[in-house]
Design a binder for this molecule. Structure first.
Ligand SMILES: [Zn+2]
Length: 284
């Protein structure tokens, strides 16, 4: 089982003609989770060919509008589609009250669908998504408002249960016979935005196949980045190198920066860097 990343919005603060507000689909066979839901995320998901009925969960990092404002619209669409199974929405403290307020005002239109809101608290931890193969955990990041990053992994067992041997990154093959421990991880990714460089981002990204980290500004504007609770591409590369993440995906670009140049600048620190582009799929 593999993971594919599909950036649905890679801009910071506001959408541009080429980049939507923050959103990223983490996709495996038959299911996906959405990291952040900026304005326009559901339209981008349709353009990417994703089926909304196969969405297992929405993971909201924080309640700044460019990460959240697409969620009421998405929930409304799922309600209109008559979705029967619950949708998990994980997010920071305050998200329950915010969604309840929108519900009471009639802004959500979720119909009969149950929205299971999992507010992250303290040091974060496991985010249980019943009936989903995704293994998700959260950790607090360092931004201007309460913010949580996420790690999303597939269990090795998904393949092993199906009787398929699994080839590890180092070339070893795990046979379905004789495996111990159901929580061994298969493919994995981490999602760290918005944040200044922080230890939690390293912990989330430890050994993942891809760390998706915000890179709002180029390194010359590091002071501005920190003042606004953000990171530069070079700093994201340092985090990825320390975490020994196999690849780094930069996203959340200020409309004033060139994402490709920002990735070039950071490549001296980590060799495998992709500047995310809306709808350009990244297979892990
Ligand atoms: Zn923010």
């Amino acid at each position: 089982m593999r993971l594919n990343l599909i950036p649905l919005g890679t801009s910071a603060g506001r959408p541009t003609l080429l980049r939507g507000a923050s959103a990223l689909a983490v996709v495996t066979e038959g299911a996906w989770v959405l990291c952040d839901c900026g304005e326009g995320a559901q339209i981008a998901a349709l353009r990417a060919g994703l089926s909304l009925s196969r969405l297992d969960a929405v993971l909201i990092t924080h309640l700044h509008g460019d990460h959240f404002n697409g969620l009421p619209g998405l929930l409304g669409t799922l309600g209109l589609e008559g979705r029967q199974r619950p949708l998990v929405v994980a997010g920071p403290p305050g998200i329950t009250a915010l969604l309840q307020h929108l519900q009471r005002a009639g802004s959500l239109g979720t119909g009969d669908m149950e929205v299971r809101v999992l507010e992250q608290q303290g040091d974060g931890g496991e985010v249980r998504i019943e009936g989903s193969q995704f293994l998700v955990e959260s950790r607090p990041l360092a931004h201007r408002v309460p913010t949580y990053g996420f790690r999303v992994a597939l269990p090795l067992l998904a393949d092993l249960k199906a009787g398929r041997p699994v080839r590890l990154a180092d070339g070893r093959v795990v046979d379905p016979e004789g495996l111990v421990g159901p929580r061994q991880r298969g493919a994995s990714m981490a999602y760290a935005l918005d944040t200044v460089p922080c230890v939690s981002a390293v912990e989330l990204g430890r050994g993942v196949d891809a760390l998706v980290h915000e890179a709002t500004y180029e390194d010359a504007r590091a002071a501005l980045a920190h003042e606004r609770g953000h990171s530069t591409g070079v700093e994201a590369a340092r985090i990825a190198a320390e975490a020994e993440a196999s690849a780094l995906v930069l996203t959340h670009f200020s409309p004033s920066v060139d994402g490709t140049a920002l990735a070039d600048e950071a490549r001296a620190i980590h060799p495998r860097i992709v500047a995310a582009q809306d709808l350009a799929e990244i297979p892990l």
